[in-house]
Design a protein around this ligand. Structure first.
Ligand code: BES
Ligand code: MN
Ligand code: MN
Length: 462
């Protein structure tokens, strides 16, 4: 694979220039005003794959944003790697907190990225990481070193739940037939501590609405005599964790797989500096479920979070009002063997049961996804581990991620294939936050490492 590495090195500046160009397109899947930008981004990827040497490239329309498909079948008898990534990004707001505009990428040096990092929405999640695969593929194609078959499926709706991709997968099982899915959409521990995620949490996302009086009221005339839905909602939300920060939803932990002492001991070995962590986040203390470490709280334990809460008057100045309604968006991260559907039902039942008689409560389920874990003794994990060892000069550590990629469980269920979570970002890259960034080191290291995955995977599959 030295040939591919050399080719990548020679084309390094162009590869970066291309990434900056794709980052300039505001591909925000949640916002319908960016519909055309989504199509432009899909066309950009199609053109890149074409130039790299892929065949049968298609922009597949869906009810939502299109999916880009491409393949290179060098020999049907050889194994096939399905590369998955997403070109959609999270909305960039709050815009005023960005130090440079989210869709005008610039390169700046930081402590963790002394070589420079690309600041832009989607630089890490996931355009930058997805594009490493397109470029690694180009480097292998242009040097005649692609050792097995490859298929690409790049979607535009990951950040909004991938529901149309689910439909696409069910309808295209033959087309997507493959031996493993390769995904770069997660993080590693640090640039000098490579790691591979062997687990992702699931997700159950709901919205609640608490209604009190049939209209907003004068808070002087009615306040004190009529239950305020904002106060009631806050009390209800506060009761969702007990004094040990356990989630109180009845039955919430029933299906949680207990993690062995050995696995917990392995997690404890992961380098983690709690002081650095607090400093980076500007917090005085960490928080969480009693009896678990920060790493455990964000990987092997389920959680419940309020993502947003609103109601009543939130505009400029003061308005004395007792609101008729208060709302919140609540999500739960799930671990094996919890089911997102079951947890959504348990939550709904519980939340309604704790509502006092002076309000009515509506609970609506939004999207969900199932947790996954992958075995470290599998061929794909071994190949990924060898590849990282080759290019980082150290064996990667197996970790479990706190984030979710709901489609991974569907790959398993519908296509019967496991995924390798070959992430090159850092948790501190500000995914979903203002000032998202992706290290140049990480971008280039990914492009260098991916061809080795193909090499070792093909060798181990012989
Ligand atoms: N790439 C992330 C998931 C992720 C981030 C995994 C960091 C591991 C480490 C993905 O784009 C994402 O944001 N997923 C959402 C779920 C989705 C249904 C909106 C998430 O985890 O909140
Ligand atoms: Mn992502
Ligand atoms: Mn994301």
């Amino acid at each position: 694979m030295e040939k591919a590495t050399n080719y990548s090195n020679q084309n390094k500046d162009r590869y970066l220039e291309e990434l900056l160009n794709i980052l300039r397109i505001p591909s925000v899947s949640a916002d319908s005003k960016h519909k055309d930008d989504m199509i432009r981004t899909a066309e950009f990827i199609k053109a890149s794959l074409e130039k790299a040497g892929a065949d049968n490239i298609e922009i597949c329309p869906t009810k939502g944003h299109p999916i880009v498909y491409a393949e290179k079948i060098i020999d049907p008898k050889l194994p096939t790697v399905l590369v998955y990534g997403h070109y959609d990004v999270q909305p960039p707001d709050p815009l005023e907190l960005w130090e440079s505009p989210p869709f005008e990428p610039i390169i700046k040096k930081t402590n963790l990225h002394p070589e420079g990092a690309i600041y832009a929405r989607g630089s890490c999640d996931d355009k930058g990481q997805m594009y490493m695969h397109v470029k690694a593929f180009e480097s292998m194609m242009q040097t005649g070193t692609l050792p097995c078959n490859i298929k690409f499926m790049i979607e535009g709706e990951e950040e909004v739940g991938s529901s149309n991709l689910g439909i696409f997968i069910k309808a295209n099982k033959q087309k997507l037939k493959s031996d493993v899915v390769l995904i770069s959409d997660t993080s590693m521990i640090a640039n000098d501590i490579p790691s591979i995620d062997v687990g992702l949490r699931g997700l159950a996302y709901l919205q609640v609405e608490v209604t009190g009086p049939n209209r907003d009221l004068h808070s002087g005339v009615y306040g004190g005599a009529v239950a305020n839905p904002a106060t009631i909602l806050c009390k209800m939300i506060a009761s969702l964790h007990d004094e040990n920060n356990h989630v109180t939803v009845k039955g919430f932990y029933d299906d949680v797989m207990t993690v062995s002492d050995k696995d917990r001991a392995d997690l404890a070995k992961i380098p983690f500096d709690e002081n650095e962590y607090k400093k980076d986040l500007g917090i005085k203390e960490v928080w969480g479920e009693k009896g678990y470490t920060t790493i455990e709280r964000t990987s092997i334990r389920p959680t419940l979070e309020v993502n947003g809460i609103w109601g009543g008057y939130t505009g400029e100045g003061a308005k004395t009002v007792l609101p008729s309604k208060a709302n919140a968006k609540i999500s739960m991260r799930l671990v094996p063997n919890q089911s997102s559907e079951k947890i959504a039902e348990l939550f709904t039942k519980h939340f309604k049961s704790i509502a006092p008689d002076n309000v009515t409560v509506k609970v609506t389920a939004d999207h969900g996804g199932e947790p996954v874990i992958t075995p470290t003794d599998s061929v794909p994990f071994q190949a990924a581990s060898k590849a990282m060892e080759k290019t980082f000069g150290k064996k990667p550590i197996a970790t479990r991620s706190g984030g979710s990629i709901p489609i991974v469980a569907l790959f398993e269920r519908e296509l019967g294939v496991k995924s390798v979570l070959f992430g090159f970002g850092l948790d501190s890259d500000n995914l979903h936050s203002p000032n998202e960034k992706y290290g140049l080191f990480n971008f280039y290291k990914g492009i260098e490492t991916i061809p080795y995955f193909f090499k070792y995977y093909s060798e181990l599959m012989k």
